[in-house]
Design a protein around this ligand. Structure first.
Ligand SMILES: [Zn+2]
Ligand SMILES: [Zn+2]
Length: 260
């Protein structure tokens, strides 16, 4: 039993969990999280309760709407992967292909979902949350989950016919949506001040970017990147200015100048 717990893989998992837990506790104790909260007064219990209810309904419905067809496509050979070792550049290419195609899919459908009845009947539920937290990720109309989440099986079916991707790429692709979703709805900004200034990083969204979409509704439609928003002029003009304001709160107070 003990041998099992302390065997290599289990020990690493245990160590990782303890490490993350100590970071979390340390972060709360030192006020690290508080200083990085994007909307410090945004939390409302009633909204949080509704997100919990909508989230559970969405999870159950999505299991049928996305999970069942994906399982059927896989067991009937419409979704297939190549097994065994793969070059790192193959995995990187396949992952990048998914990443940028999904980003394009999400941006245009998300913009469409902000129009008329499409907004009222599909997307509005997600926008009942104006100050996102982790639960907001799941608080989505199942039809919207189908539209967004449906990209993954479609992409995998297309690739099965064109050039089947590696099982390792698949292992990276499958959890990306949920991880990105939790990250952009976390309500906290963890990235550095220079993120939106640097040419290498400003193309990738951080939590503040999507948080502002929930607060102001009319800009920042991108899901993974800022590319389409920058190209189409739909990025909020004050996005960077407000990003810096959030970062300023996390800065240590400057030492007082000695009186003359
Ligand atoms: Zn929206
Ligand atoms: Zn959202």
């Amino acid at each position: 039993m003990l041998d099992d717990i302390f065997s290599g893989e289990k020990a690493i998992q245990l160590w990782l969990i303890l490490f993350l837990a100590s970071l979390l506790v340390g972060g709360i104790v030192t006020g690290f999280f508080k200083a990085r909260k994007i909307q410090p007064k945004g939390f409302k219990w009633k909204v949080f309760r509704n997100e919990g209810i909508f989230g559970m309904v969405n999870l159950a419905a999505s299991a049928f709407l996305i999970g069942a067809p994906t399982a059927w496509l896989t067991s009937n050979g419409y979704i297939a992967t190549t097994k065994g070792a793969a070059d790192w550049w193959t995995i990187a290419f396949e992952y990048a292909l998914y990443f940028f195609l999904f980003d394009t899919w999400f941006y245009w459908l998300h913009r469409a979902m902000h129009q008329g009845r499409f907004y009222t009947y599909v997307h509005k539920l997600h926008h009942l949350s104006t100050s996102p937290n982790l639960l907001t990720t799941l608080s989505v109309n199942p039809l919207e989950s189908l539209i967004n989440g449906g990209f993954v099986p479609l992409f995998l079916v297309a690739m099965t016919f064109i050039a089947p991707i590696s099982e390792h790429s698949m292992a990276l692709i499958t959890p990306t949506n949920i991880i990105m979703g939790l990250y952009v709805h976390s309500g906290y900004e963890f990235f550095p001040r220079w993120w939106n200034k640097s040419w290498a990083t400003k193309w990738f969204i951080t939590t503040t970017f999507h948080d502002q979409h929930h607060k102001y509704f009319t800009a920042n439609f991108g899901g993974y990147t800022t590319i389409w928003d920058r190209l189409c002029g739909t990025m909020r003009p004050k996005f960077e200015e407000d990003y810096l304001k959030v970062k300023d709160r996390a800065r240590p107070a400057p030492a007082l100048e000695p009186a003359e």
